[in-house]
Every structure is written in structure tokens, then in C-alpha cells.
Write a new protein. Structure first.
Length: 254
């Protein structure tokens, strides 16, 4: 059952101290991976190290929204690791406003974190990924990248760019036996969406649009990320896969 395991795999996961990222870290550790994760919060880093004490986990402070911080982390990994088997670009955030309400700085900030960080980590860690016997990159995108879900255009646009970046890398890096896929969640119950989903009217609209009649949970996303990181999925690359309770299938429904 080696193909259904992550035992011995070296994984780097951004934004792994809460929400979907935390669930991915937890699943990877259970499946036997050696995990490195990052957060911009020193408190969150301390909490996750305490929570998984004794596990094969390292956590560091890194502000993914800052290029200089990303570059420092890439250099650190280059010195620390002999190879990297799995890269999960999970860190992201959103600011929800009308299109005319965003400042130029807010737009740049959302692209920096939700798109350019993924580009930098993929390109910067390519030398380590090439040393793996079949590397896997999983980018956490969003249903907002293909449908208007009222999250604001900068976030949606950045995630759309991530989708195409995923496909382009898959086509280009297949020669290195590196697979690249994207996972597109719908509304998932996390600290990031908690306030948004607290509005009952808004919540009911979301539920009505979802065939499974509920929002998702972080473990339902992390399960797919884990699968795409395993050797069992070794012929899957260049895909953008929705975890959406059927929303994409019912877009033209009532």
C-alpha cells in the first residue's frame, strides 16, 4: 500500500497553522510525511509546534505576502533539505469589497499573496523538487476562479491566474517528472469564512446554490490534496479539481 502513503515524503506547506492548511498538515503527518510549514504569526507557529509535539513537523515564521520573506524561506529550505517531494501552496486571504472600492495597494496585496507567492515558491523550489523521484505541487485555488461567488474581483482574478499557472507548469515540468494540480474549494468552514458565513441570509443563498445543501469542511479539501500528493495519483497533472458540493455541476440550475 506504499502508493497510498506519504511515508518518507518531504513536504512544504504554506499557511499550515489554521483552516484548510492546518488540516493538510495534520493529514500529511498521519500519512507519514515529514512536514515543514510556515505562518506569519509567531503565536500560530508556537501553537502548531505544541499541538504536534513529537511529530515530524517543523514550523517557521514567514510572511508570504512579502517577497523578501519568501526568498529567505526558499534559501533556508535550500540549505536544510536534500530534496522536496511535495509543495502545497495554501496560504491566501481576501478582502471583500465592490470593484470600485479597492485601493491600488489592496489589489496588489491580494495578488501578491494569492498569486505571486505561489509563483515564487514554485520557481524557487524547483531545484529541490527536481531531486525528488516524482515531485508533486498542489495549489489551493478557489471556485471563485471560475464562477462569480461575490468574493471580489482581485481574489478571483488572482486565483484564475493560479489556475493557468498550474496548467502551464504541468506542461513544462512534466519532463522533470513533477506533477502540478490545483484544488478549487467552494465555501469551506474555516476561520477565514466564519464571519462571512455568519450572515444567515447570505448563508442560505450559498446553501441553496449547493446541491449537497451544506458548506464543506477542511478535511474534505485536505483529503484531495493528500491524494494528489501520493504516488497513487502519479498520472494526474495539469488539473483544476473542484471540491464544491456539486456547485459546478449545477451552475445553470435554479
Amino acid at each position: 500500500m506504499k502508493k497510498w502513503s506519504l511515508k518518507g515524503k518531504k513536504a512544504f506547506i504554506t499557511g499550515g497553522t489554521k483552516g484548510i492548511g492546518l488540516e493538510i498538515v495534520s493529514d500529511f503527518l498521519k500519512l507519514g510525511a515529514d512536514v515543514i510549514t510556515i505562518s506569519r504569526s509567531e503565536d500560530n507557529v508556537a501553537l502548531i509546534l505544541d499541538r504536534f509535539q513529537g511529530e515530524n513537523l517543523e514550523a517557521y515564521v514567514c510572511d508570504v505576502s512579502l517577497k523578501e520573506s519568501r526568498q529567505e524561506m526558499i534559501k533556508k529550505l535550500g540549505k536544510k533539505l536534500e530534496r522536496l517531494d511535495i509543495l502545497v501552496n495554501n496560504a491566501g486571504t481576501n478582502i471583500r469589497k465592490k470593484s470600485y472600492e479597492y485601493s491600488d495597494e489592496e489589489i496588489r496585496q491580494l495578488f501578491e499573496l494569492n498569486y505571486f507567492a505561489t509563483v515564487d515558491f514554485c520557481r524557487g523550489l524547483l531545484p529541490l523538487l527536481r531531486l525528488s523521484d516524482g515531485g508533486s505541487i498542489v495549489n489551493i485555488s478557489s471556485i471563485a476562479s471560475v464562477l462569480d461567488v461575490g468574493t471580489g474581483f482581485p481574489y478571483a482574478s488572482a486565483k484564475s491566474a493560479m489556475n493557468q499557472f498550474t496548467k502551464s507548469l504541468a506542461a513544462e515540468w512534466g519532463v522533470y517528472n513533477i506533477r502540478v494540480n490545483a484544488v478549487l474549494p467552494w465555501f469551506i468552514k474555516t476561520p477565514l469564512t466564519e464571519g462571512y458565513l455568519a450572515d444567515e441570509e447570505r448563508y442560505q443563498k450559498i446553501i441553496k446554490r449547493t446541491p449537497l445543501n451544506r458548506v464543506g469542511t477542511p478535511d474534505e479539501v485536505s483529503a484531495l490534496v493528500a491524494f494528489l500528493s501520493m504516488d497513487i495519483s502519479s498520472y494526474i497533472t495539469g488539473q483544476t479539481i473542484a471540491v464544491d458540493g456539486g456547485v459546478m455541476a449545477s451552475v445553470f440550475g435554479e
